[in-house]
Design a protein around this ligand. Structure first.
Ligand code: UD1
Length: 414
C-alpha cells in the first residue's frame, strides 16, 4: 500500500509542464472504437483511469499498443459488445462505451454505473439522448442496449451533462442523418472530442450558443491526435503555488480554459494569468473569498472545489464555497479538520474560517480531487503529513510527487 509523505512549509517556485487531459482522453479512447484505421493518441496521461479504459478496449477486441505517452488503437478486430463488471467496476467513464458500442455494433451490455464517492451520478440523460437516436434499453444490474439502426435526432438535454453529451456525440457520429444536441455541455473536453472526430473525417461542429451539430454516418478514418494539457491538474498546481505564496508557471497551451480559476484567484489577491503559452500564479498572502459556487463550464469547476478549499484554510477571514454539481464532494472536510482547519458544512455550502497554521497529520484521500486537496493542505502545514489511499490520486494525477518536487516541495511517494 503506497502513501505520500509531505513535509510542509516550503514555498513552491518553478515552471513545469503537465500531463494531457484525463477528462478529454477518456471519451476520445471510447471514440477510437468507431470507424476504421489506426488512431494514435499522443500526450496521453499515464494514469489509472487510462489504464482501465485501455483494458476495456482490449477486452472488446481492439489492438492496443502503448509506448510512453503515445497510445495506438486499432478497432477493426473489435467484435465484443459486452463490458464485464470486473472491467467496469473501477472506472465510471466506462458508461461512455454505451454510445460507442451502439454506434459500432448496434448492441451494448454495460454494468449499471453505481453511485460513487462524490455522489449519486445518475445516467438518465445519457439514456434519453440515446433513446432519441433510436436505442432501446433493458435495465437491471446491467444496461442492455440495442438498436435497429441509429437515426439523427434533435436532442435537448435537461442539464448540460458532460458524459451524456459525449455519449450522444459518439452514437450520433454513426447515426444516419443530422443530430442537433441542444444544452450540450460546454466543457473544453467536449471540444477536444469534436476536434478528434473532425480529424478522423467526421462532420461535427459547435455553434456559438454551444449547440452541437453532427452529420452522422460519414466514414471515420485513422488519425493522429495530441491531447491538450489537463486544466484540472494545471489548476491544482496553480492553487498549490498560490497557497504556499510561491511563483508557479505551468506550460499549458489552453490557458483560456482556466479563466474561472483566475477570476477566483484574483479575488483572493493572487497575481495570475497567462503569458506565452503558460499559466502562472505569483502568490502572496491569500485573502478570504467571500463566495464562489461550482457550475458547469465556463463556471468554476467542481473538480477544483476541494483543492480551492485547501488553499483557503489559512486566509484571514471567512470564505464560502457552494457545491452545486455533486452532492457528496465535501468528504475532504473531515480530513482537513484533522489538520487543524476550521470548516463547517451546511447542506451544499462550506464556510472556511482561516486559521494561522495547519498541522501535519495522518489523513486519507477520500476521492481523486479530495486527495489532491490534502496534498495542497500538507504543503502549507507545519510538520509531516502522511496521506494514505493515494490510489485515488493516481487515477487522475500521473505523478503528483514528481511534479511538486520539481516545484520545490518536500514530497515523497512511499
Ligand atoms: C464529468 C467529469 C468530472 C466532472 C464532471 C462535471 C469525466 C470523466 N468526468 O463527469 O470530472 O466533475 O463532468 O464537470 O469527464 N446528471 C444527471 N443525469 C445524468 C447525468 C448527469 O442528473 O444522466 C447530473 C449529475 O448528477 C451531476 C451533473 O448532472 O449533478 C453533472 O454531471 P456530468 O456533467 O454528467 O458529470 P460526468 O460526466 O459524470
Amino acid at each position: 500500500m503506497s502513501y505520500l509523505e509531505i513535509s510542509g512549509g516550503r514555498t513552491l517556485c518553478g515552471e513545469i509542464s503537465v500531463q494531457g487531459s484525463k477528462n478529454a482522453v477518456l471519451p476520445i479512447l471510447a471514440a477510437c472504437l468507431l470507424g476504421e484505421g489506426v488512431c494514435v493518441i499522443e500526450n496521453c496521461p499515464q494514469i489509472g483511469d487510462v489504464e482501465d479504459t485501455l483494458e476495456i478496449l482490449r477486452a472488446l477486441g481492439c489492438s492496443v499498443c502503448t509506448c510512453g505517452h503515445t497510445v495506438q488503437i486499432h478497432a477493426s478486430g473489435a467484435g465484443i459488445y459486452e463490458i464485464k463488471r470486473a472491467e467496469a467496476v473501477r472506472i465510471r467513464s466506462s458508461v461512455l462505451f454505451l454510445g460507442a458500442l451502439l454506434g459500432k455494433m448496434k448492441k451494448a451490455v454495460i454494468p449499471l454505473p453505481g453511485g460513487c464517492a462524490i455522489g449519486k451520478r445518475p445516467v438518465d440523460q445519457h439514456l434519453c439522448a440515446l433513446e432519441a437516436l433510436g436505442a432501446r434499453f433493458c435495465i437491471d444490474e446491467t444496461i442492455t442496449a440495442s438498436t435497429q439502426g441509429l437515426h439523427g435526432a434533435r436532442i435537448t438535454l435537461a442539464m448540460p451533462s458532460v458524459g451524456a453529451t459525449e455519449n450522444a456525440v459518439l452514437a450520433a457520429m454513426m447515426a444516419d442523418g443530422e443530430t442537433v444536441i441542444q444544452n450540450a455541455a460546454k466543457e473544453p473536453e467536449i471540444d477536444e472530442l469534436c476536434a478528434f472526430l473532425q480529424r478522423r473525417g467526421g462532420c461535427i461542429a459547435r455553434e456559438a450558443d454551444g449547440t452541437i451539430r453532427i452529420q452522422g454516418g460519414r466514414p471515420l478514418g485513422p488519425a493522429v491526435y495530441r491531447m491538450q494539457a489537463d486544466r484540472i491538474v494545471s489548476g491544482t498546481y496553480l492553487l498549490a503555488g498560490a497557497a504556499t505564496g510561491g511563483y508557479v508557471k505551468i506550460q499549458n497551451d489552453a490557458g483560456q480554459t482556466l479563466a474561472s480559476l483566475f477570476s477566483v484567484l484574483r479575488q483572493m489577491g493572487v497575481h495570475c494569468g497567462t503569458s506565452g503559452g503558460a499559466a502562472f500564479v505569483q502568490g502572496g498572502p491569500v485573502s478570504a473569498l467571500s463566495y464562489v459556487e461550482t457550475a458547469p463550464y465556463p463556471g468554476f469547476p467542481t473538480d477544483l472545489q476541494s483543492p480551492l478549499m485547501a488553499a483557503l484554510c489559512r486566509t484571514q477571514g471567512t470564505s464560502c464555497i457552494c457545491e452545486t454539481i455533486f452532492e457528496n464532494r465535501f468528504r475532504t472536510v473531515e480530513e482537513l479538520l484533522k489538520m487543524g482547519a476550521r470548516i463547517t458544512v451546511e447542506g451544499r455550502c462550506a464556510q472556511i474560517r482561516g486559521v494561522p497554521a495547519l498541522r501535519g497529520s495522518v489523513v486519507s484521500a477520500p476521492d481523486l480531487r479530495g486527495g489532491a486537496a490534502l496534498v495542497i493542505a500538507a504543503l502549507q502545514a507545519k510538520g509531516r503529513t502522511v496521506i494514505t489511499d493515494t490510489g485515488y490520486i493516481e487515477r487522475g494525477y500521473e505523478d503528483i510527487s514528481r511534479d511538486l518536487s520539481c516545484l520545490g516541495a518536500d514530497i515523497r511517494r512511499i
